[in-house]
Design a protein around this ligand. Structure first.
Ligand code: SF4
Length: 349
């Protein structure tokens, strides 16, 4: 450990003795309890976890009782905590510990990472907190602290970024007092280096934090880059005959599945269709309004243009189909229409 890392560790430990959380119910406990708390704390805050942790331990006080319980029983005690895969993995791992480790909690990084639901950071937490071993951790809070303190480029989904964060976590984690140091880093993330509005003035890392020095706390951790949404364009066909219009029921799957809408064609193929006398209509005057509705879906954006076809007679070809209906304009409200289509129709008056 170099001098900078040593003074960082020292500052963190000094802060921890004064301000850190030292009375959490799973501190100074055996591996089973530490493991349970670490799993419950994933994506969940301490205050929410404590009552669940206590109830769960009452029902499953040790690894054997958890392993022998039914999965339904375990899930019932997890109810309300969310992310149920965590409970299923916990139960599966307890069975494996009972069957392949004679009920004794494994104490090596390699063995722990083979259990379902235990990744490198959770294994590091169990080994440092319950077995006093020298391993770094990198949970969500610690990642944020390191990303800001060292201005680590990239987002967490990038392997280079994660490699650098792990390298930093390894470099600064002291061999002495590892458990206190790891707890302190989690506490700094949870209490000081908050996601928005970090309390830098109260932070023990202030003097060595690159983001603080450059006033760039808000830029770290860097966010996942947004991919440009694909853009689509469709042409809806509004066939009008007297006071009725032609609706088309969309296929059951896909966007607006099963809703009534207007018949639609791809803009690229529209011209061709008109040239082939779409719907066998030759007398129809057509007016086209370009891009009158712009709609955002989660994965793409859609421009809708509208072709209005005034019909003097109803074409028999489509009037009897189950998925087409001539509907009185006044009766549109009783049909399930997608919002943009409803908007589009009402804009026409
Ligand atoms: S100084 Fe501010 S940004 Fe840097 S680690 Fe501390 S709280 Fe986070």
């Amino acid at each position: 450990m170099d001098a900078d890392a040593a003074s960082l560790a020292q500052a963190v430990l000094t802060w921890f003795r004064r301000y850190g959380r030292q009375d959490l119910p799973w501190q100074q406990q055996d591996a089973y309890r530490v493991w349970l708390s670490e799993i419950m704390l994933q994506q969940t805050q301490v205050g929410t976890v404590i009552p669940y942790y206590q109830d769960f331990l009452k029902r499953f006080p040790n690894i054997r009782q958890l392993a022998d319980a039914s999965i339904d029983d375990v899930l019932q005690h997890w109810q309300g905590l969310g992310y149920y895969a965590r409970a299923r993995n916990l139960h599966k791992a307890a069975g494996l510990i009972r069957d392949t480790h004679k009920g004794r909690f494994p104490s090596s990084m390699e063995e722990l990472q083979q259990l379902p639901g235990i990744g490198r950071s959770t294994a590091g937490a169990i080994l440092s907190f319950a077995f006093g071993q020298h391993w770094p951790i990198l949970d969500g809070n610690v990642k944020r602290v390191l990303a800001r303190c060292f201005r680590v480029p990239g987002w967490y989904g990038r392997s280079e970024t994660m490699k650098q964060l792990w390298y930093l976590a390894e470099s600064i984690t002291p061999a002495q007092d590892t458990a206190d140091f790891n707890q302190a880093m989690m506490d700094i993330g949870a209490m000081v280096c908050l996601k928005s509005k970090p309390k830098c003035e109260a932070c023990p890392l202030k003097d060595m934090c690159a983001s603080y020095r450059h006033h760039s706390q808000a830029d770290y951790p860097q966010k996942k880059p947004k991919r440009a949404k694909p853009h689509k364009h469709t042409l809806m066909l509004l066939h009008r005959h007297a006071e009725t219009i032609l609706l088309w029921r969309r296929p059951p799957s896909g966007i607006w599945g099963g809703l009534w809408s207007l018949p639609e064609v791809d803009v690229e193929t529209a011209i061709e269709l008109w040239q082939q006398s779409f719907l066998s209509i030759t007398q129809a005057p057509v007016s086209i309004q370009q891009n009158i509705i712009h709609h955002q879906f989660t994965h793409y954006s859609l421009d809708i243009s509208l072709a209005i076809v005034e019909l003097e007679t109803l074409p028999e070809k489509i009037s009897d189909s189950d998925n087409y209906a001539w509907v009185e304009i006044d009766a549109l409200a009783s049909h399930g229409l997608p919002t943009p289509v409803r908007k589009l129709l009402s804009s026409l008056g």
